[in-house]
Design a protein around this ligand. Structure first.
Ligand code: ADP
Ligand code: MG
Length: 322
């Protein structure tokens, strides 16, 4: 069930929230729609959901155009930040909301709700009021509600961003397991790179409404398209004007760089987190520093500013950018 977005545009006044986005999503893999705040992620997801209409462009599902099909008829599940739970309903009634709309008989509804509570790790709390729940439980209820009608595609907008870090880590793992088990196509909007890598098979990166790059997460990490994308994905050693005699823009993956006793690179700053060190190194003939992170055991001794090393840079540590 391939979902095709074909040259979608949506503007608000002078802002191009979604600019000419073309994207083909086969059924199955989880896609993270990743971009900084204001890059158009939520707008794009609302277009896919049918909550908003594009100014131009088409959306097709399995070859059939659905651009002006209502959200209910698209058969997508949604859990959005701004689609909060109904505070006046208890957990069961929140989850059953779509089932009631579809006139499911009471017994079938109750059985489905029970199944969903178990699936999302919430057995036994069906009668609770929403305001009695923790943030994590509310998020699970929203997920259960989104899954109630066995959607073909699940749309999630920053579902974890309101949770504290520990809970987020926990739910992240559970969601990844759940999505794999249900064989759902998931589009997961997030501005958080680590969340995207934890949950998604594929990434689509948005910048100022434009789709910058799309592909398997590992492929994007191995070959970011341009300096902006490389930095956004977390790379620190991006040299717009080149480095070490190489033309720019180029990226140096410090994970592949070895440090040895010697000369050539001088430590200018040391940051430490547990046994992990991040060094900032000034290099002869380079116009900007190299950041290097690694375990203390790779360094032989505790590093300090002024220490010098020689670098071992294998050819494949250099990644050309365009
Ligand atoms: P993201 O989800 O990536 O943070 P959004 O899709 O919410 O980005 O917003 C993209 C751009 O469109 C932003 O500049 C935002 O201010 C603007 N925008 C989004 N929704 C509206 C709206 N309903 N009215 C006016 N501007 C909007
Ligand atoms: Mg958003």
């Amino acid at each position: 069930m391939t979902l095709e977005l074909d040259r979608l545009n949506r503007t608000y006044g002078s802002i191009r929230a979604v600019a000419d986005v073309t994207l083909e999503l086969p059924a199955g893999p989880t896609l993270a729609l990743l971009g900084p705040s204001g890059s158009g992620k939520s707008t794009l997801l609302r277009l896919v959901a049918g909550l908003e209409a594009p100014d131009s462009g088409r959306i097709r599902l399995a070859g059939r155009e659905i651009t002006s099909v209502s959200p209910q008829k698209r058969g997508f599940g949604m859990a959005f930040q701004d689609h909060a739970l109904f505070p006046h309903l208890n957990v069961e009634d929140n989850i059953a909301f779509g089932l009631v709309e579809r006139r499911w008989p009471a017994a079938a509804r109750a059985a489905r709700v029970k199944e969903l509570l178990e699936l999302t790790g919430l057995p036994g709390i069906g009668k609770r009021r929403v305001h009695e729940l923790s943030g994590g439980q509310q998020q699970r209820v929203a997920l259960a509600r989104a899954l109630a009608l066995n959607p073909r595609i699940l749309l999630l907008d920053e579902p974890l961003s309101s949770l504290d870090r520990e809970l987020r880590e926990h739910l992240k793992r559970e969601m990844a397991d759940l999505f794999a088990r249900l064989e759902l196509t998931v589009i997961h909007v997030t501005h958080d790179q680590s969340e995207a890598f934890a949950l998604a098979d594929d990434l689509a990166i948005l910048r100022d409404g434009h789709l910058v790059q799309h592909g398997p997460a590992a492929a994007l990490l191995a070959r970011p398209r341009d300096p902006w994308t490389a930095r956004f994905l977390g790379y620190r050693n991006v040299y717009d004007a080149g480095a070490d005699g190489r033309p720019g823009p180029v990226l140096l993956d410090d994970g592949r760089v070895g440090l040895e006793p010697g000369e050539g690179a001088t430590v200018t700053h040391v940051a430490r987190e547990g046994l992990e060190f991040t060094l900032e190194l000034a290099l002869d003939g380079w116009d900007s520093p190299l950041f290097w992170s690694g375990h203390v055991r790779e360094l032989h001794a505790t590093p300090a500013p002024g220490d010098t090393f020689s670098l071992r840079i294998p050819e494949h540590a250099w990644i050309p950018l365009s």
